[in-house]
Design a protein around this ligand. Structure first.
Ligand SMILES: NC(=O)c1ccc[n+]([C@@H]2O[C@H](COP(=O)([O-])OP(=O)(O)OC[C@H]3O[C@@H](n4cnc5c(N)ncnc54)[C@H](OP(=O)(O)O)[C@@H]3O)[C@@H](O)[C@H]2O)c1
Length: 286
């Protein structure tokens, strides 16, 4: 049996944003990495930079994880190379700031396929070998939106509720095994251009709740290795999470609708997290 640190760390969606911050943080800790992102987005360059800077091994896999067969193809490739995963960070995710009636079916399908489908498939495929290790770790990236129905993001927020509840249930199932499961629920992160624009449009509330990718990645890894179940970086965000359990839903929905409901009402929309395979243009509404 091996311990989790001797094995490789797999990070999905790691060419930029939070995933890249995870990659830098893990490489800095001397961990060998498997990085996955969409093709032609600079993943190979990121990998070379990390290898040179930290003396670790990095395997770059360019792949659209939203396809139903992609996680199996990824695992087959790892098997061919004899790579065993000790830490799995399910980070890749996509979301659109758009009213449901203005969205395309493809956008909603991609959101579900990547945020839920790829995460479940990859976890299911890797879990047997992870369970055979003395220690292994799974960190799933949800969002604070997991706690709140979000108008203008009506599919994204339920996918993150799924990630939250799936992670908590899996954690219980794996209690007593060597596999630790944590779920990360950040508020706004200054990652891609659209996320930053959305944070700015929230004004003061956006600025006091948002964080930089490196601090969220550090909090995520620290929480994971301290065996925390739910990791909410930032004190204001932890207060918001607690408030979600005792403030009446009608009240917080009124506040959320006022702040978010109008955001997707314009003709233009913001893709708030990952660039998806559909490559919807990133444009900021007025
Ligand atoms: N940003 C926020 O405010 C925020 C807040 C809460 C939670 N989150 C969550 O944090 C995670 C990371 O978000 P982020 O803001 O860092 O996103 P990001 O900056 O857009 O980066 C997303 C990463 O995922 C990759 N990716 C996108 N679609 C993919 C696909 N179909 N297959 C494989 N890789 C794919 C991207 O690769 P390419 O470079 O190839 O496109 C990129 O590396 C997501 O799960 C998101 O829901 C974000």
């Amino acid at each position: 049996m091996n311990d989790g640190n001797a094995a490789w760390t797999l990070i999905t969606g790691s060419s930029q944003g939070l995933g890249r911050a995870f990659a830098e943080e893990c490489a800095g800790r001397g961990m060998n990495l498997v990085l996955v992102a969409l093709p032609d987005t600079g993943l190979n360059e990121v990998s070379r930079i990390l290898e040179r800077a930290h003396g670790v091994r990095v395997e770059a896999v360019e792949m659209d994880l939203a396809g139903p067969d992609a996680p199996a193809a990824l695992c087959a490739r790892l098997g061919e190379k004899g790579i065993e995963i000790g830490t799995l960070i399910n980070n890749a995710g996509v979301g659109y700031n758009r009213r449901f009636s203005d969205s395309t079916l493809r956008e909603n399908e991609t959101t579900i396929e990547l945020n839920v489908g790829a995460l479940v498939r990859l976890t299911h495929l890797l879990l047997p070998s992870m369970k055979s290790r003395e220690k292994a770790w799974i960190l799933n990236v949800a969002s604070l939106a997991a706690y709140f129905p979000m108008p203008s993001m009506p599919v994204y927020s339920p996918t993150k509720s799924f990630v939250l509840n799936f992670s908590l249930a899996l954690r219980e199932e794996l209690r007593g095994s060597g596999v630790g499961v944590s779920v990360l629920c950040p508020n706004g992160i200054r990652t891609n251009r659209s996320s930053r624009a959305l944070i700015e449009r929230q004004g003061f509330a956006g600025r006091i709740t948002c964080q930089y990718p490196d601090e969220v990645a550090r909090a995520g890894l620290a929480g994971l290795y301290r065996k925390k179940s739910i990791i909410v970086p930032g004190i204001v965000n932890r207060m918001l999470r607690v408030a979600s359990s005792f403030v009446p839903r009608t009240l917080y929905m009124r506040v959320i609708s006022r702040r978010w409901g109008a955001q997707g009402s314009g003709a233009r929309a913001v893709q708030v997290t990952a660039q998806s395979a559909t490559r919807v243009p990133v444009t900021v509404g007025a």
